[in-house]
Design a protein around this ligand. Sequence first.
Ligand code: FES
Length: 269
Amino acid sequence: MSPPVPVPRFGHGSRVPGWDEAVDLTKPPATIPDPATTPVPQELRDVIEAAMAKYPDRRSAAIPALHAAQEVHGWCSPEAIDQVATVMQVTPAYLTSVATFYDMLETRPRPKHHDVYVCTNISCSLRGADHFFDAMVGAAAEHPDVHVSSFECLGACDIAPMASVDGEYVGPLTTDDAARIVDDLRAGRPVLEHKQLRYRRCADPGVAEGAEEFAPPEPDVPRADTAGLGPGGDTLDRPGPTAPIEIPVDEAGAGNQAGAGNETHEDDE
Ligand code: FES
């Protein structure tokens, strides 16, 4: 693995190029690319349109749309941004402002590689994320195509310590998992399948109740994806409740009635 990539900063100290330069008011205003002269691969168009259909305001789909374009082009190139802008009917400048803000969107060319983002924020850190990060850096040391970075909270604190591996959330992790992640990536296998967030009951009500380990479902069952897009770029979500309610309603109701405003403990009595 190459050493963790430092966050690039410009002379003015910001990660955003040119923010301190005065606006050139003589320039023509930004325009939305003309669909007639900007060809967009049909598959990419379908993914972007499906993402836009999820939100009342189409601009809310900017991140999944850029992510999809990055999958196709390898990075958010000017061509990729123009294609997204064409489908979304927004200006390339709007999309560039989004792409330059988010670390997971690349605005420079990069060779194809695997991304392992290890969360080292508070919940994960309290549960050993720093040890796991060190183990992950060590495990990937010989593999330049595996990029390991530490990251702020990835929003899956309940599986701390966790990581996002090419967009797949896995956890809770131990240092022993680091080598397995590299092996799985290099073999082209699903990464740490038994620890993928998508197979937890809160994400997938179909997972067997009381199972000792997280059990992957049958291969032909559509899977929910943590990034909102399926592995093939589809937008299929696993059918089932969207709220992560794991306690059956009657049990929760009984518990609430018994304990409402009157918490008692056997030791107290
Ligand atoms: S602190 Fe790691 S996912 Fe939230």
